[in-house]
Design a protein around this ligand. Structure first.
Ligand code: ATP
Length: 710
């Protein structure tokens, strides 16, 4: 058998074992049929590059694949599969790479008619033949993802010039008067006891100066507060409140319609839109923006000009049923002046490319998120890539000077490049992107102080220790005796104490179901408690636990059935259903509908404004703030007594019970632990058979392969 035939046969085995996706093998067979002489190493590279997409990597790093060939497949720990492997005599990937080096692999790929070779990611490709694979240095892409990465880089780079590019020589981009208003708006912020500058104020100043600003911060660090104040400042400026010579509507519209509104003396508020990747995250953003707007010390006119309602990115772009393409794109751009995107860590590369493509050139873009959270389910880690070198900050001296002028904050002491350290760190760095990020760095700010989790918060301490990968700090957090965190040692998946916690957690919501309380009340009670799992499979995975929880709740008389549709069954939508207006991640609860003779319907929360209109029409209290959907119309849903941490992104719950699997697992990483813990607003219980599992997990990091360099 030729190595090529051996590989094609082996791909089939890998699919059967669940190490490779069917789609990866299909793609390679398709390529093999069309290019009869494609060697095994090229076909293997194609299979692995395709497989990486399913695991979130945008491309295949040839060197990483050679260093750890097994890590490129979805291989469970070998001790679990050794018998299977021996029995089926399955060839492992390293067998196909025995004599291969990065150079020889690259040469074989370059010689193949399946591959376009580029010296660097942004090299012009217009004249190059359309081939399914693209090799950039040692990174191999499926063409579509290379294009998406290139589009994201180009879209971001285009907004990285300061606003000053359109302002006359010598004139500050942001006037002193606007700086004064900025300082006024942040005057209520208490000075930091350790002398740290006010990063919220600095973030706001940064966003006033330029068209792209990335604000990363953990829960409660004031991202929404900061952005709301920014919107107030910009709207006040647009509406001519306190305008001076440098200010006002002349900033409107940027390059395209520069000066038009000023010439006509017209003042119009900026067209601002707020979006988040999921319906749930959009609802949370709406809620926190409303809270922050209420606290603003601004005129009623300005307050009224700040939007309170966020939508999903898909809705903004005009998702179309059965199509990957959106209504808005470069040829039909969005009509807006400023876009705020929250929870950017959940935005994948493809969606970011679509969003940037549809954004008009003059529009300001503010990206908010938590760089330390898990990245998007789909391929890409845009926020992580953008923030990779964000700490410690190293703004250019000119930027520092202007920020100090605007905010009154001194930055010298906190800048990594205030002395020779930048030069030496960049010189010693082999990573070309570190140097390239010098410019990007001017657009990124990290808020580190949490106003939700104060110094005496156990959740804060656990989150910090996890994020730092610090075992000692983790142990110290357990010993401190914080009242908001607990560790539950499990005696197995049937553990009684675990059962009791789950029953106690879901009892209020399920008793409300029994008492026929209004649907919205039940949904709100459901958000009080959530069981989270790291994995899907296995005794501590979502699938097993969901079935067990339902059994236990039925035994305790809290639900009447444990299978099919029953009153009290909480479900999560797992696929966008545009016809029903339901999106992946939306959660609803099954209840007997008094308006349908008590037949079961699934109730989903609806946004406040729509709910307001509905209550004006005197909707019976049971149906206020929700809408009912026939269970039979829901094609892709799953029970969510237990939810994976991945699916919980963008949501928060009062009490989180986070169950860890037994032993090490590549999926159990620092990012996953941090994301799980920070879903809790006031209490988190971690449960597992061994604490070492948690300690091991926080030392494992997710590094997604990508080539996003700006
Ligand atoms: N500088 C500050 N001083 C005191 N309280 C603050 C400050 N900044 C924010 N807060 C308060 O902290 C809470 C969290 O702020 P905010 O919602 O803006 O944070 P966030 O980063 O957007 O949080 P999340 O991650 O939940 O979206 C709010 O109650 C807010 O009023």
């Amino acid at each position: 058998m030729t190595p090529r035939d051996a590989l094609l046969t082996t791909l089939g085995f890998w699919v059967e074992l669940g190490w490779l996706r069917r789609v990866d093998a299909h793609l390679v067979r398709f390529m093999a049929r069309h290019v009869a002489d494609a060697p095994a190493s090229v076909l293997l590279a194609a299979a692995l590059a395709s497989h990486q997409l399913g695991r979130g990597h945008v491309c295949l790093s040839l060197s990483r694949a050679l260093a750890e060939p097994r890590a490129t497949l979805s291989l469970p720990p070998l001790e679990h599969t050794q018998a299977q492997i021996n029995e089926a005599s399955v060839t492992l990937p390293e067998a196909f790479l025995a004599d291969v080096t990065v150079e020889s692999w690259g040469e074989a790929l370059a010689a193949s008619s399946l591959v376009t070779v580029l010296a660097q990611a942004d090299a012009p490709a217009g004249h190059l033949p359309l081939r399914p694979l693209v090799l950039v240095g040692e990174r191999l892409y499926l063409r579509r993802y290379w294009q998406a990465e290139r589009a994201v880089a180009a879209g971001l780079r285009a907004r990285m010039g300061p606003e000053s590019e359109s302002s006359p020589e010598g004139k500050h981009v942001v006037s002193d008067a606007l700086g004064a208003r900025l300082r006024e708006l942040f005057a209520t912020n208490q000075p930091d006891p350790h002398g740290e500058p006010d990063w919220q104020k600095l973030a706001c100043a940064l966003a006033l100066r330029q068209r792209l600003t990335v604000i990363s911060g953990g829960p409660g660090t004031g991202k929404t507060t900061t952005v709301t104040r920014l919107l107030a400042l910009l709207q006040a400026q647009a509406l001519g409140e306190g305008a001076d010579d440098n200010d006002g509507a002349s900033h409107h519209g940027g390059d395209d319609d520069k000066g038009e509104s000023a010439d006509q003396g017209e003042r119009r508020p900026l067209e601002i839109r707020l979006v988040a990747p999921t319906g749930k995250a959009a609802a949370r953003l709406s809620e926190s923006i409303r809270g922050a707007v209420a606290k603003l010390g601004v005129s009623e006119t300005v307050r009224a000009a700040i939007p309170r309602e966020a939508s999903t990115v898909h809705r903004l772009l005009g998702a179309r049923p059965d199509s990957r393409h959106f209504r808005h794109h470069a040829g039909n751009p969005l009509a807006l002046d400023l876009l705020v995107v929250d929870e950017v860590s959940m935005v994948d590369l493809d969606l970011m490319a679509a969003l940037l493509g549809a954004l008009p050139a003059h529009a300001r873009l503010i990206l908010l998120g938590d760089k330390d959270q898990l990245a998007s389910v789909e391929a890409g880690a845009v926020l992580g890539d953008l923030c990779e070198h964000a700490l410690p900050p190293r703004y250019s001296p000119a930027l520092c000077a202007d920020l100090t002028r605007l905010t009154g904050e001194s930055l010298q002491a906190v800048m990594a490049n205030s002395d020779a350290s930048l030069v030496s760190s960049l010189e010693s760095s082999q990573d070309e992107s570190a140097a390239a990020q010098g410019r990007l760095g001017d657009h990124v700010v990290v808020l580190q102080k949490s106003y939700r989790f104060a110094a005496d918060s156990g959740i804060g301490a656990l989150a910090r220790a996890s994020n730092d990968g610090d075992r000692q700090a983790l142990r110290a957090a357990w010993k401190t005796g914080f009242s908001d965190i607990a560790w539950l040692s499990l005696n197995g998946p049937e553990d009684r104490a675990l059962e009791q916690l789950i029953v106690n957690g879901y009892r209020p919501a399920l008793e409300a179901v029994r008492d026929r309380r209004p649907a919205r009340e039940v949904i709100d009670l459901l958000l009080e408690f959530q069981l989270l799992c790291a994995l899907r499979k296995g005794p501590y995975g979502v699938d097993g636990l969901n079935a067990r929880v339902a059994r236990v709740l039925m035994r305790r008389g809290l639900i009447g059935d444990e299978r099919g549709w029953y009153a009290g069954r909480p479900v999560m939508v797992t696929r966008n259903d545009r016809a029903l207006g339901l999106y992946n991640g939306d959660v609803g609860i099954t209840l007997p509908d008094p308006a349908a003779g008590g037949r079961l319907r699934v109730f989903f929360p609806i946004e406040e404004e729509t709910a307001g209109e509905a209550s004006a029409l005197e909707v019976p209290s049971f149906h206020r703030g929700v809408r009912a959907v026939l269970p039979s119309r829901l094609e892709a849903v799953e029970t969510v007594f237990a939810m994976t941490v991945h699916k919980s992104q963008g949501s928060e719950f009062r009490h989180v019970l986070f169950v860890l699997p037994e032993g090490a697992n590549p999926i159990l990483t620092r990012e996953l632990v941090y994301t799980g813990i920070t879903r809790a607003k006031s209490r988190v219980t971690l449960a597992g058979t061994r604490r070492e599992t948690l300690e091991g997990a926080i030392e494992r990091r997710v590094v997604r392969a990508s080539g996003l360099v700006l």
